[in-house]
Design a protein around this ligand. Sequence first.
Ligand code: GLC
Length: 739
Amino acid sequence: MRKTVIVIVSIGLMLFAACKKQTSSEQTLIDNKVDSVLKLMTLEEKIGQLSLYTSDMDQTGAFIRKEYIQDIKQGKVGAIFNAYGAAYTRKLQAMAMNTRMRIPLLFGYDVIHGHRTIFPVPLAEASSWDLGAIELSARVAATEAAAEGLHWTFAPMCDIARDPRWGRVVEGAGEDPFLGSLIAKARVQGFQGSDLSAVNTVAACVKHFAAYGAAQAGRDYHSVDMSERMLRETYLAPYKAAIDAGAVTVMSSFNDLNGIPATANHFLMTEILRNEWNFKGFVVTDYTSIMELMFHGVAADTAQASEMSINAGIDMDMQSGFYNQALEKLVKENKVSEKTIDEAVRRILKVKFQLGLFDDPYRYCNEEREKTTLMKPEFLEAAREVARKSIVLLKNDNNLLPISKQTKNIAVIGTLADNKREMIGSWSAAGNWTKSISLLEGIKASAPQANVLYAKGCNIADDSTQYFAEALNVAKKSDVVILAIGEAAYMSGEAASRSSLDLPGVQLQLVQKIHELGKPVVVVLMNGRPLTINWIGEKIPAILETWFLGTQAGNAIADVLFGDYNPSGKLPITFPRAVGQIPIYYCMKNTGRPMDVNNKYTSKYLDISNEPLYPFGFGLSYTTFEYGEPMLNKKEMTEAEVLTVSIDVKNTGKYKGEEVVQLYIRDLVASVARPVKELKAFQKIELEAGQSKTVTFEISSKELSFYRADMSFGVEKGKFILMIGSNSRDTKNIDFMLN
Ligand code: GLC
């Protein structure tokens, strides 16, 4: 524990060091400097700043433009991505410093959940409901990325996702706009600190704007179609929170929104982002998105696609090369004004000034700092801490967990148990999987006296049962079986939609065979999305949801298995019982015929319950928590007032534990049908065994406001229900009036 405190303190000091506020006079100074550079640039040089190309060091899209080095030397590149390392970025930067204008390059990369020290995948971190832990993760990622010459990360991904078939659900914060907004803010603060010129901060990039997570049928890159109310009330919230937190760049999404591709969508990129939200940074497209306007069928050629994008409000062209090809002619034809070009260049140069690159283009290319920064012990300890907090205990019948370290024979079964690569998940950037700790290693390290027996059991995705016999033999010799099952890392992330949420391959059959032996079995899930583990949920006594926990995965899971850490995670996304229920999420509407099992003519299925397998906000502990009755300081409030609600929470078990006390609100009657509940606050508290604490929340008009029938945002008088509990299903309720 002492070590953890030292770690957190030392990183806290790092946080403090990054917190130098840029005053408005500094901003004006930067604006003046930008203008002084801009007026010296030719039109071609200006257009060059609007292009972003990938290096061939890493590949995150369909194709690479081989001429990127020549483009840099000709001043046709504003930024390079997928290039890192102090020496390599210095080499590329020197090429830009050799051009007429000597404008420094931006170096960007997908530092999504760690750079070298890999933290849990974002959906796992979201399961911690611990904003400090999430900010810490981004802080460490920024420090390592900046030490390797990077200025800019393409994160946080802020896409609300309510369809687990979509592989990129792993990259976000789940289904809820309130939780997603707080997490987006924490990630931006972690990446950017308050001083972008500090050499341990990087520019954030709010992606994928907008509503990419609502891809139809959960199929990646598919169309998105929704009402403006759904868009504003649910999907836009986390992007706005990230921008309000100071994010300096935004990335447009691949999808069309109501027929207009985001990359040509003036409503999104100018009316909302600029005019409503007053966003001052720059907008970059996603990979070749301008070229893809032709596939969408809204642009006939390079020129039309480029004209649509720049006039919609897109500043930088990732990888299509269309701006370099078409903009100069479009300006000469008066189809694009040079003023528009200037505005885009100004926004990009401003970020380069904010990063301090004009003062010293090589400030992030320090090989000495690189050597002493990467994968420091305190970063590994932080990764273990965040990973522990990201684990969700889904079931623990008869308190099978935690397992005693004095257990004689422990069977560890499943190919994922002896696997390092999958532990770092998708979008693991520069992470070195050979340095990650497997579950088998973690268990052996935590229980050195135990006789640990391993068997592969089966592969993740094929139908071979040839390894079953060995696994059953190992299980028979054990006192307890730890069974690691789930997905491979490639099965979630980009371009990784699945039509089924079942366990791939013959893993379920393996579980069923082992279950027949009658041994105590703990299932450890390793996956990038909710899975329909119905049989396991019913028959297996203990289940841990561990997602993909990063470099320290094995140690963190072992900490929980043996009780060195009492699990505290809560699901940020609903687990369906069947794909047929999708979309299924906690904050749905009541409908005019709410489900009634005794009435045929109500909203339900013939073949399955409406209920999820596990609800949003669900997660158990090794201890138990008892909730008192909610208490209000008054039964009525006006829009100008604040209502206080308190509730006593008691740790009624024998372990110290953390509990996420969640507060939901329902607006019973309004000018539009409102969700049956919406998360509006939560507090993660720690209680010693037997300790009780009064948890208090304040309710103001902010928590009660919504987009009314006329799309104005505000409150409506009437009766509300407050629901407080340990998840979205099990709550204590009380009502009050808004007068
Ligand atoms: C990818 C992803 C995006 C990523 C970008 C650069 O296609 O959609 O999230 O940041 O390209 O790698």
